[in-house]
Design a protein. Structure first.
Length: 256
């Protein structure tokens, strides 16, 4: 029997087979969780439906986190499908291209800053707030994905780094908010993985090569690595862990 047997999980952020959310769906399904998946737009719908078929998810819902109406509708529909939710996985980030390349100040505008924070950080709080009534009192877990650029100034990551710092602080404040109801909130700070989102970051390939040379484990991270840690963090095995940022990065962050 898997260690997520009987758990119900909503997983956002599947955009391709390479998405980190795909690795998380795979691991959670393997450990016995029932899944519902969301897709951002019509273009991604059929891919997410394929993933749903693979992981036995009986419901697939549209969810663009820029739209409050869609957030409300998503949880209304989820509430009709399930009478409670145990796991919420947030695998969503976006920043306009010019805000994630070159000189930080050259690429930043009020609009870019706003979009990056709205989609990449505020959305975690928005989903957590909408999910709260369904998650209350079930020893549930919320999980999001961050990156080292939240705490170090890394070339090109720029505005997304600022948004990830906000996301990590949001994890801590949410943990304080829903902890008394038995819900935990954590983040995984993943090493670089070649996904659609990563291809938007300038010089990603060069960064990956440098990462493999320096990281203690001398290898890149896979979506399976992140998926397995996500499954653990959202399970009762991790019931003492909340408000934490867990590094799944071959140890890269410990290096000077
Ligand atoms: O190296 C990496 N790939 C790392 C990614 C290292 C550390 C962290 N992360 C984070 C990302 O910042 C993100 O928060 O992991 C999370 C998942 O990213 P991913 O798996 O690397 O990327 P991808 O497969 O592209 O999924 C991200 C998805 C979007 O895909 P695209 O590429 O089409 O933008 O986030 C979703 C979308 O499906 N997304 C949204 N979903 C709902 N509403 C929205 C939105 N407005 N915007 C983006």
């Amino acid at each position: 029997m898997g260690f997520l047997q009987g758990k119900r999980a909503l997983i956002t952020g599947i955009a391709s087979q390479r998405s980190i959310a795909t690795g998380i769906a795979e691991a959670m399904h393997r450990e016995g969780a029932e899944l519902v998946l969301t897709y951002q737009n019509e273009k991604l719908k059929s891919r997410v439906e394929d993933a749903a078929a693979e992981y036995g998810a009986k419901l697939v819902l549209p969810l663009d986190v820029a739209d409050d109406g869609q957030i409300n509708e998503c949880f209304a529909q989820l509430g009709q499908h399930w009478d409670g939710l145990d796991i919420l996985v947030h695998c969503i980030a976006f920043a306009p291209r010019e805000a994630i390349e070159g000189d930080f100040l050259d690429g930043i505008t009020r609009e870019n800053y706003h979009i990056a924070h709205d989609i990449s950080a505020y959305s975690l709080a928005a989903l957590g707030k909408a999910a709260r009534p369904l998650m209350k009192g079930r020893n549930g877990a919320i999980l999001t994905l961050s990156y080292l650029g939240a705490e170090r100034a890394l070339a090109n990551y720029n505005t997304m780094g600022v948004a990830k710092a906000s996301l990590e602080a949001t994890v801590r404040y949410m943990a304080m908010s829903v902890g008394p109801e038995g819900t935990r909130v954590n983040a995984i700070s993943a090493g670089p993985i070649r996904t659609l989102a990563a291809s938007g970051v300038a010089n990603f390939r060069k960064m990956l090569t440098a990462f493999e040379a320096v990281a203690p484990l001398r290898r890149a991270i896979t979506i399976e690595d992140v998926g397995n840690t996500a499954a653990f963090l959202c399970s009762d095995l991790a019931r003492g862990i909340t408000g934490e940022i867990t590094y799944v990065d071959s140890g890269y962050n410990i290096m000077g």
